[in-house]
Design a protein around this ligand. Structure first.
Ligand code: PMP
Length: 455
């Protein structure tokens, strides 16, 4: 590795600004005691709590069951067990079925025997372990990047990376369908935030052309495959825009690693784009990598900055041995067994084509690991999910405000473990149950007006 020359002026400037910013001693102050309403310490008076209660009461009144926090009694893969009953499961991100493999479990157990279940402190202070370095080396090979860094949470990876790299003089442009971890990071950064219409790069270019010269740094953030809609962005077009306008491009590969490209390397492999053209590759370890955590890959200075300034890395514990080793093993198997990626892709295509053939609205899905079935209003989506559960199929409803008001949906996550028979059963039962709800004109507006009539 070549050493960069020492910049003496930069060091002098930094020491001057450190001296200037040294805190002045403040005189101690005595606090007077304000009068506080005693109800202000009662959590049940929080407006957020009232919101949850209203939703629960409403669900009860409209005779739907709460779809949240369902208890799964075994490893949830292509099938699961709820209330002692086996279901076909479409709510697992274990896209390549690796979370169920003995080989992954054995590697994680051996790692626990050698290193325990926790590394107890942050890597800068409590030190690294060989498994951290091995996984980061594998990620560098995957994205052909100079360096990489693993965090303990995918969500924290986005929040800390975006939040720390940008500041008030900067601009961040993100797709309107971005995940909460992206939008939270954007807010935290203090940068000017602009969302562009989903996958609409004319809109992105219009905004960047109007605003580029008002800002110092500019970052564009997209996802490799969108988790609500199952569609992908045009990477070559994004690279062209970011190069012409002098911006950084960040791609979140949470739902595209292991899914896109012949060997599962993700969006760049699928679209034949040089991975080095993307400034920041981000991904999560909770899906294809059968663990928990997140990663960033890019050039050395980017990773150095994150190592020392990304709060979710610097001030958080290092990744534990079993999670890190499960991630390493999963990448190894993905590389060794490309048939898993092929099977997932053929399952996704099968589900998409056959769902469309029976008239289900699959929105923008391209038929990889995410296929939504859009049903209209939120209550209909929840009721459909309840009815499918009764018939042995688990698909989670996504309702307003997570998606637009009239686009509530069930999301089907497809894995390489599903059989075509399971996929077909889910399609047929969904179409049948949806037809029944449509014939009964079951919707939020309809249910509320019949409640008024029955009063
Ligand atoms: N990015 C995207 C696009 C996601 O869908 C998710 C969660 N599913 C995350 C980041 C956060 O990842 P994790 O759940 O592993 O923290």
């Amino acid at each position: 590795m070549s050493k960069s020359p020492i910049d003496r002026d930069a060091i002098l400037n930094m020491s001057r600004s450190l001296a200037k910013n040294a805190p002045a001693k403040a005189a101690p102050k005595r606090a007077s005691r304000p009068k506080v309403d005693p109800g202000k310490t009662d959590f049940s008076t929080l407006e957020l709590y009232q919101q949850i209660k209203v939703q629960r009461d409403m669900a009860e009144l409209l005779q739907t069951r709460d779809p949240y926090f369902i208890l799964h009694e075994k490893r949830a893969g292509a099938t699961t067990v709820v209330d002692g009953k086996e279901l076909i499961n479409f709510a697992s991100y274990d896209y390549l079925g690796l979370n169920g493999l003995d080989e992954v479990h054995e590697a994680a157990k051996e790692a626990i025997d050698a290193f325990g279940t926790s590394v107890s402190g942050s890597r800068p202070t409590s030190g690294e372990r060989p498994f951290h370095r091995k996984l980061e080396q594998q990620l560098c090979e995957l994205y052909e990047s100079e360096a990489s860094l693993v965090f303990v949470s995918g969500h924290a990876t986005n929040v800390s990376t975006i939040g720390e790299l940008l500041g008030s003089q900067d601009l961040v442009l993100f797709d309107a369908y971005s995940h909460n971890s992206v939008t939270t990071g954007c807010k935290l950064s203090g940068a000017t935030r602009r969302s562009f219409k989903h996958n609409n790069f004319d809109d992105l270019e219009r905004i960047i052309a109007e605003t580029r010269d008002k800002h110092d740094r500019v970052m564009i953030v997209v996802e490799g495959l969108y988790s609500m809609d199952g569609d992908t962005p045009d990477l070559a077009r994004l690279v062209d825009i970011k190069e012409r306008y002098g911006a950084w491009l960040m791609v979140d590969e949470a739902h595209s690693l292991g899914i896109l490209g012949a060997t599962g390397r993700g969006l760049f492999e699928q679209q034949g784009v040089d991975p080095k053209k993307v400034d920041i590759w981000m991904g999560t370890m909770s899906k294809t990598m059968s663990g928990c955590g997140g990663y960033i890959c890019g050039v050395q200075p980017l990773i150095e900055v994150l190592k020392f300034f990304a709060s979710g890395f610097m001030y958080s514990v290092g990744l534990s041995a079993p999670l890190c080793v499960a991630g390493s093993k999963s990448l190894e198997i993905m590389k060794r067994e490309p048939w898993r990626v092929e099977k997932l892709q053929s399952n996704g295509q099968y589900f998409l084509k056959n769902a469309q053939a029976v008239g289900l609205n699959t929105g923008l899905s391209e038929g990889f690991c995410v296929v939504p079935v859009i049903v209209g209003d939120s209550l209909r989506a929840v009721k459909l999910s309840n009815n499918l559960l009764d018939r042995g199929i688990y698909a989670f409803p996504i309702t307003y405000p997570a998606v637009p008001m009239n686009e509530a949906r069930l999301r089907f996550f497809i894995t390489s473990e599903h059989s075509e028979e399971q996929l077909q059963t889910a399609i047929d039962v969904t179409a049948e149950e949806l037809r029944k709800l449509e014939e009964a004109n079951f919707s939020l507006a309809g249910s509320i007006s019949s409640l008024h009539e029955s009063k």
